[in-house]
Every structure is written in C-alpha cells, then in structure tokens.
Design a protein around this ligand. Structure first.
Ligand code: AHM
Ligand code: MG
Length: 336
C-alpha cells in the first residue's frame, strides 16, 4: 500500500467487515450490525477509561451524577454499556458476562441468532494505576430451531464464529478474527473510527519473551516449572528469554501476538484450574492465537476443544508462538 492512499482511503472496521461479509452471498448483514454495537461499547469504555483518573477528581469536588448516585465502578459501568448495546442490536439471544452470575436470555422481540460471551473490563485491578486494560469477546451462532438454553453456550471454543478484544492502552486497539485470519484496528480519536492498522497479523513462530505470574512458582506443576527454568537457564547455548508480565491479560496477549513468545496462566496447587475463565478469556484469546498461526493448550488438550460444563469455568492456559507452545505440549506429554 502506498501511505498516501491509506491516509485518504480509510479502511474502517465497518467497511472491512462489510467487505468480508460480501464474500458470503447468504449473509444478511446481521454480523456487521452486531459488530457495530460491540464497537460502540468499546468506544464508550475507551472514553470512560480515559477519564477514569479525572473522575476521582470530580468525585473529590463532591459532584454526583444527575440521579444523585455515586460514581459507578468502571467494570460495572462497562458491563451495563455492553449488555445494553448487545441487546439493542437485535442480533443476540444469549449473553454471558464475567460480571454476571447467570446468562441473560434476550426477550423474543429483540432476539437474533448470536450468542456473545464477554469480559467487559478485564484486568480491573490495573485501573487505578493507569495500566492497560481491555474488553474480551467471543461470538457463537445459535440455531434458531429451538428456544435458546444454557447448552447453546456450553460449546467448545472451536464453534465460535468470531472473537476479539479491545485494548485500552496508549492507544485504543481492537483485534478481531472472524475465522479468516486476524486483523487489528486502531481508534482514531479525531474520527471516532477504528482504522485498519495491523492487517493479517501473524504471530512469530518462535519468541523470546515469556509472560507469567512467577509469584505462584512454588505451587507450579513439573512441566510449567521445567519450562520456565529453561527460559531462564537454557541448556542449548541459546540466550535466556525476557520476562514481561503486566497482569492484564489483554495487554499481555496483545504483546505476545505482535512480538511472539508465550503467555501462561498455569494450574497450581492452590488453583488446580488456573485463574482464567474458559468462555470469555481462554476461548477468544485461543481463537485469535490459532488464527494468527500460534497455538493454545490447556495442559491436557487443544484449548479450543475443551467442552465447558459451567458458565464461569476456569482452565489453565498456555498460548502464543507455535514453537513455544509445542515445547510445553511435549513437556506435558513426557509427564503423562
Ligand atoms: P479479572 O478478570 O478479575 O480482571 O482477572 C483476570 C486478570 C487477567 O487480566 C490477568 O491475566 C490475570 O488476571 C492476572 O492474574 P494474577 O494477578 O494472578 O497474575
Ligand atoms: Mg477477567
């Protein structure tokens, strides 16, 4: 591409998805409409996150909102925005949010064929110090030959038709896959539009960065401990890897996707299923990794093959560059 053409012929996320959908003659634009509502939610949360530091200041000055309520917590606010945006799209039937115990079944008059699983604001422990946080989402298509039930969402990640995340960082970046590769869009605040900035993202086959909460090391299982030890003290003469851990999954996965390496939240003796949630953390990120040429493994199986039995189920996860995850898989295989 020549830079000038890009500057005047903007590939917005809407245009991009409409282009993709036009390759499927049966498509009636439902997905594009759903996505535009997700994008609206992301823009709202981005703006709220940017003002989060100031909201404190306003709070100190004794200001409350029109209803006289106290400032809502950002994760609660983000959840409300996404739920409302998704229902009003008229394209959803079931919603599963990290913020809500139960699934939401959309009333028949507003119902559509998609089920959306999401974590509206992941990494919220990072909000108060201004570190990057994000929204994660996955989308399933539900057959319309029956009344939607919880079983419609307890499906392997492999069944997802799309997945993505939006990172509220030094810039606001939305990374999306509809099952034909991965593309990244950056919000141009002056236009209020996400513009294609990272076409066809491929994760490097190998990587020099590992990303894990090493504070849990004393409780790790053997394969995890062996792998991390090898990152630090390689025996084959190669250089040790660098450690990067933000503690915000979207930011850690985003870096892994762009620079290569591995992100792991393994099982440990205290949390035998790790920490991260299958439906709206593990699955969408695993979907993106595979679509970018990487791998995602649970310690037992390919992450996208896992069949969840509960909405908020957790699973250990190892995801990233093909070769790094392959090494982990071999270590677990040797253990078995
Ligand atoms: P949250 O959903 O409560 O925000 O927790 C999820 C976050 C992820 O973003 C991150 O990868 C992980 O928790 C970090 O956990 P830890 O602090 O145990 O390292
Ligand atoms: Mg979360």
């Amino acid at each position: 591409h020549n830079a000038d053409a890009l500057r005047t012929d903007l590939m917005t996320i809407t245009r991009f998805v409409l282009n993709e959908q036009s390759k499927h003659p049966e498509s009636r634009g439902d997905f594009s409409i759903l996505l535009s509502h997700i994008v609206l939610g992301c823009k709202f949360v981005c703006s709220a996150v940017n003002k989060a530091g100031l909201a404190k200041l306003i709070g100190l000055a004794g200001e409350t909102n029109i209803q006289g309520e106290e400032q809502k917590k950002l994760d609660v606010l983000s959840n409300e925005v996404f739920v409302k945006a998704l229902i009003s799209s008229g394209r959803t039937c079931i919603l599963v949010s990290e913020e809500e115990e139960d699934a939401t079944f959309v009333e028949p008059s507003k119902r559509g064929k998609y089920c959306v699983v999401f974590d509206p604001l992941d990494g919220s422990s990072n909000i108060d110090c201004g570190v990057s946080i994000g929204t994660i989402f996955g989308i399933y298509a539900v057959k319309d030959d029956h009344e939607p039930t919880i079983e419609d969402v307890l499906k392997p990640g492999n069944n997802m038709v799309a997945a993505g995340y939006c990172m509220y960082g030094s810039s606001c970046t939305l990374v999306l896959s509809t099952g034909t590769g991965v593309n990244g869009f950056t919000l141009d605040p002056s236009l209020g539009e996400f513009i294609l900035t990272h076409p066809d993202i491929k994760i490097p086959k190998k990587g020099n960065i590992y990303s894990v909460n090493e504070g849990n090391a004393k409780n790790w299982d053997n394969p995890t401990a062996t792998y991390v030890e090898k990152c630090k003290f390689p025996k084959d003469g190669s250089s040790p890897k660098s450690l990067r851990y933000i503690g915000s999954m979207v930011a850690d996965v985003h870096r892994t996707l762009l620079y290569g390496g591995i992100f792991l939240y393994p099982a440990d003796k205290k949390s035998p299923n790790g920490k991260l949630r299958v439906l709206y953390e593990v699955f969408p990120m695993s979907f993106l990794m595979e679509q970018a040429g990487g791998q995602a493994f649970t310690g037992k199986e390919r992450a996208l093959d896992l069949i969840p039995t509960k909405l908020h189920e957790r699973s250990p996860i190892f995801l990233g560059s093909y070769d790094e995850v392959e090494e982990i898989k071999n270590l677990y295989a040797a253990e078995a």
